[in-house]
Design a protein around this ligand. Structure first.
Ligand SMILES: Cc1ncc(COP(=O)(O)O)c(C=O)c1O
Length: 384
């Protein structure tokens, strides 16, 4: 079955009632056949039928041997880092989500795990950061917020030559555009809060593993620590997945139009979008991403910090809010919002200036979105 068909049918197989939508099993515990004689489900932290169903869909879409659904993306990332022990070393991309930066530097480091951030676009310089203690590489399939597209096949090969586990945060690209497990990555992580659930009404995370051994280790940690996704949120996530392919393809089309509009706008200094030939990773994005360049755009307007603030507060359709990947378009300032948890010097090193603006393109009509940005850009000048 093709991707779009699997999104609808895998995990939604009718039960004895014939219901075409999986029921939501709210039960926290399950009656057992006998003492010490366990049925398929016993306690919902360890397993729940609604969660199993959506985990099957997730595994199928990413091409993994299995998936685990978490209470949030950060819970999923944290679980992956718990594969490491004190004394181990993790190398991550410079262009990562602010919350991942905080988790690595404030939680993992306190647990004795050494962290190094590298620019994966600087040829093979990341290899200089590798030591005998390095155990894991953590990348984003499309970086955040500068939308870098790392050379995943090469990085995965280099990491595996050194026996490193490779985890890819695939939140921005989604399995519609990029399937890192097919390229050899060991773990894919999603903030399923974003495109996967897709409607700004569900906080969720997912890990998908390529091999059973890694999945078993992750499952042990998840069950031991307990950050599982609730049955109702599993239902919302499963429903979102059914339209994922359609939403992403449409969001890519609209984002391309918006990015081209911004690039030609007199009040815009620069636009970062992998679908523009001006993007440094455009060629690689064309090779690695499956038929689109994503729904996220970053740009800098001409003017000062105050101008940026006026633009993000001046749109009418784009909501000024963090998060991304839903049906409604969002606008935000990474330096003060999504990436505020970076240390200021690390933010600058990663190219996250105060004047950067990030857009998440939703499913509204492209012309309406363009008009909204145009009026906000012009108002930011007239009000200065
Ligand atoms: C790329 C990326 N990874 C991880 C996360 C964290 O996910 P959550 O907010 O679901 O915990 C986010 C949230 O914005 C994100 O954008």
């Amino acid at each position: 079955m093709k991707f779009r068909t699997r999104a609808i049918h895998v995990g939604s197989e009718p039960d004895s009632t014939g219901a075409v939508v999986k029921p939501v099993y709210l039960a926290s515990t399950f009656r057992q056949p006998g003492a010490g004689d366990w049925g398929e489900f016993d306690y919902s932290r360890s397993g729940n039928p609604t969660r199993s169903a959506v985990e099957r869909t997730l595994a199928s879409l990413d091409g993994g041997c299995g998936a685990l659904a978490f209470a949030s993306g950060m819970a999923a990332t944290h679980c992956a880092t718990m594969l490491l022990s004190a004394g181990d070393h993790l190398i991550a991309g410079q262009d990562i989500y602010g919350g991942s930066y905080r988790l690595f530097h404030r939680i993992c480091q306190a647990a004795g795990i050494e962290i190094t951030l590298v620019d994966f676009n600087q040829a093979d310089t990341w290899l200089d950061a590798c030591t005998a203690k390095t155990k894991m590489l953590w990348l984003e399939g499309i970086g955040n917020p500068r939308l870098t597209v790392p050379d995943l096949p090469r990085l995965i090969q280099q990491a595996h030559e050194r026996d490193l586990l490779v985890g890819v945060d695939n939140t921005f690209a989604t399995p519609v555009l990029l399937r890192p497990l097919e390229l050899g990555a060991d773990i894919v992580m999603h903030s399923a809060t974003k495109y996967l659930a897709g409607h700004s009404d569900c906080l969720a995370g997912a890990l998908v593993a390529r091999e059973q051994d890694v999945l078993d280790r992750l499952y042990f940690i998840q069950n031991a620590t307990g950050a599982v996704l609730s049955p109702f949120d599993c239902f919302l996530l499963g429903r979102g997945l059914k339209t994922l392919d359609l939403r992403i393809r449409e969001q890519c089309r609209t984002a391309q139009k918006v990015a081209e509009f911004l690039e030609s706008h007199a009040l815009v200094r620069s636009v970062i979008y992998p679908g523009l030939v001006s993007h440094p990773d455009h060629q690689r994005a064309k090779q690695l991403l499956d038929g689109g360049f994503g729904g996220m755009i970053t740009f800098e307007a001409r003017g000062d910090f105050a101008t940026t603030k006026r633009i993000v507060a001046g749109t009418r359709l784009f909501h000024l809010a963090v998060s991304l990947g839903a049906v409604e378009s969002l606008i935000e300032q990474p330096a003060s919002m999504s990436h505020a948890s970076y240390a200021p010097e690390a933010r600058l090193k990663a190219g996250i200036t105060d004047s950067l603006i990030r857009l998440s393109i939703g499913l509204e009509d492209a012309d309406d979105l363009i008009q909204d940005l145009d009026q906000a850009l012009h108002r930011s000048v007239s009000e200065s």
